[in-house]
Design a binder for this molecule. Structure first.
Ligand SMILES: [Zn+2]
Length: 474
């Protein structure tokens, strides 16, 4: 039987169009999805959009649209962007989908039945920028540090979830890696958050109109975070399509940014425990990047449109750069200068040059399937690559491919096949055979990362014609 692999990105908040940050997570998920498909796994790759909440209602108002019109437009932009970036998602969930709303209602009813929901008055500070309650401790100069805005003081009667009842169990599960949180430092961060004595949290809001009504008290809407998290189960047919749900749940991997780990690593497992569902196997937390050393923000005007980059440098170049330049899981910096440097060095001169050299020489002679000195190096490279991807170290996986490219270059320099084609056709055939086998391997290793390029290399190999330039120099 095929092994299943269910991978998710966070659903992106629709107050803003896709940018290079959201593209980063989605491309990462895409590489893993493609890699698992290549291995023969039964992959389900989910992404989507988070469309409710006050912040969306405000953004819609500002744009002179109804919330629904507004989110329809943004969801469309996300879909278009992912298509342009060659993202192979199997499904795209929107929290305004009927399927999602139905599932959420059933989830909330189960939660109520569990006896872990109660009514209470809430008084506290709320940041609409974050769409979350915020404590005085978290403020800097009285403002939310992420939004530079003073939070609102809110007092209302809400429904609460008894998170505290589940904290010891969640803590144990994380300690024992039953929910694996990576990288290690993030696991420590989550455990220390649990130790800071988190309170119960509100699952509904009274005065937020753009949302899903609480099924047991329609005067309230479900708190946007609570229903958004449920997209991971509603998308695969929670209480709706049993067969599909049982096939894919629990998720094998949630990819999340470091700003949302509390919700994913503590609240989400607790909610799942309360309704009796299995828990996600792994949560991988990636870092953020600055743009030329500065935080990316609308106010600074340095939010980069991934489609612009893909148009200018090519989709594969962007995919390559994002995953090669910054170690996934760490913070890093994005700059056009670095992108251009890497493009010229790694793609135009490295990969592109090798492919065209080998194919041009190989088109002149008869190839025999000889293996030897060079092809012996393939197996250890493949092993390194697989180990790196098992640990979600994209940069190391790519490094190993470029190591093989380096071996090929050395082999060419050493054996000078351009001379051999003139005076020793047999020997030239042997040398080029090894190079062609290596190219085939390189293209297969690159497929998850650079799907178009890999396809071009494969079709040039089949045609056995002169190599065409894959990456013209900038
Ligand atoms: Zn905020």
């Amino acid at each position: 039987m095929k092994k299943k692999f269910y991978i998710t990105t966070p659903i992106y908040y629709t107050n803003q169009a896709p940018h290079v940050g959201t593209a980063y997570t989605t491309i990462a998920a895409d590489v893993l999805a493609r890699y698992h498909r290549q291995k023969g796994d039964d992959v389900l790759f989910l992404t989507g959009t988070d469309e409710h909440g006050e912040k969306i209602a405000q953004a819609a108002k500002k744009a002179g649209k109804s919330p629904q019109e507004f989110v329809d437009g943004i969801a469309e932009e996300f879909k278009k962007s992912w298509k342009a970036l060659n993202i192979s998602n199997d499904d795209f969930i929107r929290t305004t989908d009927e399927k999602h709303k139905r599932g959420v209602e059933k989830f909330l009813l189960k939660l109520k039945e569990s006896g872990k929901v109660y009514q209470d008055e809430y008084k506290g500070l709320y940041c609409t920028g974050c769409e979350k309650f915020i404590t005085k401790k978290e403020l800097v100069d009285g403002k939310c540090p992420d939004h530079q805005k003073e939070p609102e003081l809110i007092s209302e009667t809400n429904y609460f979830f008894k998170l505290k009842d589940f904290l010891p169990q969640v803590k144990k599960l994380i300690e024992d890696d039953k929910i694996l949180i990576e990288p290690q430092e993030r696991k420590k961060e989550v455990l220390s958050l649990i130790d800071q004595d988190l309170g119960n949290f509100s699952i509904s809001r009274q005065n937020v109109e753009w949302g899903i009504p609480l099924p047991f008290d329609k005067k309230q809407n479900i708190y946007v975070w609570v229903e958004a998290l449920q997209n991971y189960v509603t998308a695969i047919g929670y209480e709706d399509n049993k067969e599909k749900f049982n096939q894919y749940w629990p998720a094998d991997l949630h990819l999340v940014g470091k700003d949302i780990i509390k919700f994913h690593a503590i609240f989400w497992p607790a909610l799942l425990l309360a309704v009796g569902l299995k828990l996600p196997k792994k949560i991988f937390v990636h870092g953020f990047f600055t743009i030329d050393g500065q935080k990316m923000s609308k106010t600074l005007g340095n939010v980069i449109d991934p489609i612009y980059l893909a148009d200018k440098y090519g989709v594969d170049s962007l995919r390559y750069f994002l995953l090669r330049e910054i170690a996934f899981g760490q913070d890093g910096d994005f700059s056009i200068r670095r992108l251009e440097e890497r493009y010229n060095a790694d793609l135009a001169n490295g990969l592109g040059n090798l492919v065209s050299r080998v194919l041009t020489l190989a088109s002149k002679i008869n190839i025999i399937g000889k293996q030897g000195e060079l092809t012996k190096k393939i197996e250890p490279v493949r092993k390194k690559y697989q180990e790196a991807l098992a640990q979600i170290k994209f940069n190391e996986a790519l490094e190993s491919v470029w190591q093989l490219i380096g071996f090929c270059d050395e082999y060419i320099e050493k054996n000078k096949p351009w001379e051999l084609v003139k005076n020793d056709q047999k020997k030239a055939g042997e040398i080029l055979s090894e190079l062609l086998i290596s190219l085939k391997e390189i293209s297969s290793l690159l497929e998850p990362f650079l799907p178009d390029t890999a396809e071009k290399i494969m079709s040039q190999l089949k045609d056995n014609k002169k190599g065409k330039s894959l990456f013209p120099r900038l």
